[in-house]
Design a protein around this ligand. Structure first.
Ligand SMILES: [Zn+2]
Length: 458
């Protein structure tokens, strides 16, 4: 089917910057032309403020169902590690149907938040008792089905989780659904490629869960399976992980990775919270993306990423909603900047230059870094440019938070004074999947989610 789209924006953020009176045409989901300074014509669909869709580079979609259920302090005090136990317990009751239902709501909400692509870091591979499904791609296919249902562009990141800790420590009972050796993992990667085969703009990368979960030879095998695609890894999220890595290797996690793996522009280092200035300089020099998940990192008490020094060194970052406790691009960017303000006791810490807008600086960086982390090199144009998929959003022009705002003030007001509620429409591959802030299938997706979550929570 040949589908033509003609949109007209009062103002839009193009790769060259803010442009007024913009007509954008697309066919079969891909942008054909973008022209500024033109009056709307009869066939144009008219909108106020147009922005390119963002990439959400790190998600565990099923964790959406756990949001808000881990906010009670235990007898010994709470940490990432006690949270992880609760997450494992939740996961024990998630089967294929539940995974698809939870992921569908998470993906729909990502679209409502202005994320048009998601990187799903997928480490849940086996049945509840730990035995493999007959189809090794059973759960990958469920994630692909959720992407198809919602329309979001999917970068599926099948993840090797082989051990319970550094030095090939045996996995715990509750990790049995994640565990593979490299041979079985290779079959899951193949099955993942088949699962996304018919999804527009989909891509398969690979991930190693963490340095805790793979040995050095296994990490090399994971990287080889990427076949030129992207490679993700959780790294240095927790101080205990840094201490354990030092005890195991004499090196800190980021330091070890840079010395032993061919880290380059295809790599995404998720978190990198506990890295020294020298480590972050080296990451920046390699051109790798750091995957920041500021809301989850706050929620889990991980620590504060040294973003100011990293960006000053030319470091690239993208955003992840990770635990999906909140799904809101503006909130991620705001939390990132606010963490720096609290740490440095200063304002507008992450603005790219004197006089630059902080919102614009953060939006541009997250747009570029997010797409770099989720698409293989050479994937073609991105943003509101000819040849790119038409992945875009509009903001509610007459929202109280946007009255009298122009150009970068719009981004500053959305990010620092707004939230998901400022988003009006979202297009993915030329299809309008969100209108009035609501995903077109939200009612049905919510019903299925409610039924699945009741089953999981018993
Ligand atoms: Zn994660």
């Amino acid at each position: 089917m040949y589908a033509m789209t003609r949109l007209w924006f009062e103002s839009a953020l193009l790769p060259a910057g803010w442009t007024r009176d913009v007509r954008l045409t697309a066919s079969d989901g891909r942008i054909e032309s973008v022209v500024g300074g033109v009056a709307p014509e009869g066939a144009d669909e008219r909108h106020g403020i147009g922005l390119p869709g963002l990439a959400n580079l790190h998600s565990h979609a099923f964790q959406r169902g756990l949001a808000g259920l881990t906010e009670r302090r235990g007898a010994e005090g709470d940490s990432f590690w006690t949270w992880r136990e609760l997450m494992y317990r939740f996961l024990e009751r998630v089967g294929p149907e539940e995974l698809e239902a939870l992921a569908s709501l998470a993906f729909a909400e990502m679209l409502e938040a202005g994320f048009t692509r998601v990187g799903e870091f997928h480490y849940l591979h086996h049945d509840r008792n730990g035995s493999p499904y007959a189809d090794p791609g059973e759960l990958a296919a469920r994630l692909a089905a959720a992407a198809a249902r919602t329309g979001i562009a999917l970068t599926l990141l099948p993840t090797l989780y082989a051990h319970g800790g550094f030095g090939a420590a045996p996995p715990g009972e509750r990790q049995r659904r994640f565990i593979n050796d490299p041979q079985r993992f290779a079959r899951i990667v193949e099955a993942s490629r088949r699962a996304v085969d018919t999804l527009p703009d989909a891509s398969v990368g690979v991930a190693a869960h963490s340095l805790r979960a793979v040995t050095p030879p296994e990490l090399s095998e994971v990287a080889a399976l990427a076949r030129g695609g992207v490679i993700h890894i959780h790294i240095a999220e927790q101080l205990r992980e840094v201490d354990d890595c030092l005890a195991w290797s004499g090196q800190r996690p980021v330091q070890w990775l840079l010395e032993h793996a061919p880290v380059d522009e295809r790599w995404c280092l998720v978190h990198a919270t506990h890295a020294t200035a020298a480590e972050l300089q080296a990451v920046a020099a390699r051109g790798a993306v750091v995957g920041l998940c500021p809301v989850t990192e706050s929620s889990l008490g991980d620590g504060i990423f040294a973003a100011a020094g990293f960006l000053a060194a030319g470091g690239r970052f993208g955003l992840g909603t990770d635990s999906n406790i909140r799904i809101d691009a503006a909130e991620e960017l705001r939390t990132l900047e606010y963490s720096q303000r609290l740490a440095h006791r200063a304002r507008n810490v992450l603005a790219a230059a004197p006089g630059a807008s902080t919102g614009r600086s953060l939006f541009d960086a997250a747009l570029d870094g997010g797409l770099q982390a989720l698409r293989p090199p050479g994937s073609g144009p991105a943003g509101l440019a000819p040849g790119a998929p038409l992945d875009a959003l509009t903001l509610v022009r007459d929202h109280p938070s946007l009255i009298g705002r122009n150009a970068d003030e719009i981004l500053d007001s959305w990010i620092f004074a707004g939230d998901r509620g400022l988003i009006d429409c979202v297009w993915r591959a030329g299809v309008r999947v969100v209108s009035g802030g609501r995903h077109r299938d939200r009612d049905a997706i919510e019903r299925r989610y409610s039924a699945a979550l009741r089953t999981v929570l018993g």
